[in-house]
Design a binder for this molecule. Structure first.
Ligand SMILES: NC(=O)c1ccc[n+]([C@@H]2O[C@H](COP(=O)([O-])OP(=O)(O)OC[C@H]3O[C@@H](n4cnc5c(N)ncnc54)[C@H](O)[C@@H]3O)[C@@H](O)[C@H]2O)c1
Ligand SMILES: O=c1ccn([C@@H]2O[C@H](COP(=O)(O)OP(=O)(O)O[C@H]3O[C@H](CO)[C@@H](O)[C@H](O)[C@H]3O)[C@@H](O)[C@H]2O)c(=O)[nH]1
Length: 430
């Protein structure tokens, strides 16, 4: 079976590499020639553990190739995965214009039966829309099926999640499509659920919105824990041992970011509104998340007073560790607020970079973590990179003007930090 992956971003590149690793012949197609050039040359243009090695391996094994030639790529493929972006429109709904473009390209170039599988995160009803879009441009009435196969990988763990997924969801009403997808995933050991396309599409949004809800719930409770002098991490541990709750995604912090949760929660809310209802729980999930980084800033303000003229050391820019992705990262809002209140910011992240357009006279970006602490009035931890745990905190303390440590990811040991002389506050933990 020849597989074509359209859109070689985070999801498409990972998908292409994992299918190649499973032994299938794979082509990656994108409209961005720069990305293709890099991938063709074995350069992984984003940071994701383990993928670079697979890219080099399969570029030379002949199992995988990258191209911008739509016609050739579509014509030689049996199964076509759509992995293009579905960003938020201004009203919060999902922008399907990239998906539509792919559907039209496939229809225009197809030369026989094609199974088109949508992996992008799309609103309920999109499989039907893609079917229509293909039908409208299918000049020679070639047979085809469109299936939904949502992706659940996490950035930073993309390879692990794709090689060993918790489940695979196949949304199709076509036996031919179901058979092909079962064959494609036959080496996977997890449960494969076959369902309708609409159900598959909702499973994806429902999962992300539920995980976001877990996080906002713990974040709101972390504020109460602070008032009650309770450690939210111990609450999470005690709750998580209940198998009905589960221990994951209970970590309080400065809120969720990334390219998925914020966008997908608002797309699901928008779907509800289009269907005449409001998802009330999600409204509050979003509200808590929006204000969670401010909760850490408020803590700092109480300790420092006015931020004007103060020097802030910010550790971590990426929305989570092990990625260079800064989309919707809470660190960005925190940095903007600090600068807006006339603080000087010294930022360090081991991998993630600020966009070139993000500049400010009072902002410097250090190439070593050790360089941000001198004369600082406060340290803010925004991302729990392991290396921050390994810093020599004892010797950092004397370099600071005021040893205030605000740990937005509860990653350091409060007792140890206090023993070094820091004023330490986490989120629902001190
Ligand atoms: N990033 C994640 O962790 C993740 C996980 C699960 C699902 N998703 C979903 O998967 C989809 C893709 O996400 P991503 O993070 O990989 O996006 P991305 O922005 O990293 O990649 C999308 C790619 O599609 C390409 N593209 C756009 N239009 C094209 C066209 N007409 N033909 C060929 N290529 C085209 C772009 O150039 C880009 O390289 C989104 O719907 C997202 O919500 C993302
Ligand atoms: O207990 C937790 C867990 C996560 N986060 C934050 O939540 C955000 C998202 O983290 P994570 O879910 O690990 O990363 P993503 O790569 O955004 O993955 C999510 O979004 C993807 C895109 O849809 C889905 O495929 C994944 O299943 C889903 O976990 C990050 O800012 C984390 O810091 C917390 O604050 N507390």
């Amino acid at each position: 079976m020849n597989i074509l992956v359209i859109g070689t971003g985070y999801v498409g590149t990972t998908t292409a590499l994992v299918f190649a690793e499973m032994g299938w012949k794979v082509t990656g197609l994108d409209t961005d020639q720069q990305k293709l050039n890099q991938l063709q040359n074995g350069i992984l243009y984003f940071h994701e553990p383990g993928l670079k090695e697979l890219l080099i391996k399969h570029n030379s094994s002949g199992q995988l190739q990258f191209t911008s030639n739509k016609k050739e790529a579509i014509q030689k493929s049996d199964v076509i995965f759509i992995c293009v972006g579905t960003p938020s429109r201004p009203d919060g709904s999902a922008d399907l214009s990239y998906v539509k473009q792919v559907a039209e390209d496939v229809a225009y170039h197809m030369n026989g039966y094609k199974l088109v599988v949508n992996k992008s995160t799309v609103p309920v009803g999109t499989q039907e829309k893609v079917t229509e879009w293909i039908s409208e441009s299918n000049r020679h009435a070639h047979p085809y099926d469109v299936a939904s196969n949502p992706e659940f990988l996490r950035e930073g763990k993309a390879l692990e999640d794709s090689l060993h997924p918790d489940r695979i969801i196949i949304g199709t009403k076509s036996d031919r499509a179901a058979k092909l997808l079962q064959q494609l995933y036959s080496s996977m050991t997890c449960e494969i659920i076959e369902t309708t396309p609409r159900t598959a599409e909702l499973i994806k949004y429902a999962s992300n919105a539920f995980l976001a809800t877990k996080i906002s719930y713990m974040n709101e409770l972390s504020r109460l824990s602070d008032r009650l002098d309770v450690d939210i991490r111990e609450v999470a541990k005690g709750m998580g041992l209940d198998l009905r709750i589960g221990s994951r995604f209970l970590q309080a912090g400065i809120g969720y970011g990334g390219s998925c949760f914020p966008k997908d929660v608002s797309a699901l809310q928008q779907t509800a509104e289009e269907n005449g209802m409001k998802l009330q729980i999600l409204e509050q999930v979003v509200n808590v998340n929006k204000s969670q980084y401010l909760y850490m800033l408020d803590k700092a303000k109480k300790k420092l007073g006015d931020f004007a003229g103060k020097k802030a050391a910010v550790l971590g820019l990426a929305f989570k560790p092990d990625t260079d992705d800064i989309r919707e990262a809470p660190s960005l809002r925190l940095i903007q607020d600090l600068l807006g209140q006339q603080a000087t910011v010294h930022l360090y992240d081991p991998i993630a970079k600020l966009p070139a357009s993000f500049t400010h006279d009072h902002l410097t970006v250090a190439s070593m973590a050790e360089d941000v602490f001198k004369e600082a009035d406060a340290v803010f931890i925004c991302t729990e990179w392991t290396m921050f745990q390994e810093l020599d905190w004892k010797s950092i303390h004397p370099q600071m003007k005021q040893p205030n440590l605000f740990d937005g990811r509860n990653m350091l040991d409060a007792k140890t930090m206090k023993s070094f002389g820091y004023y330490y506050e986490g989120i629902g933990y001190k």
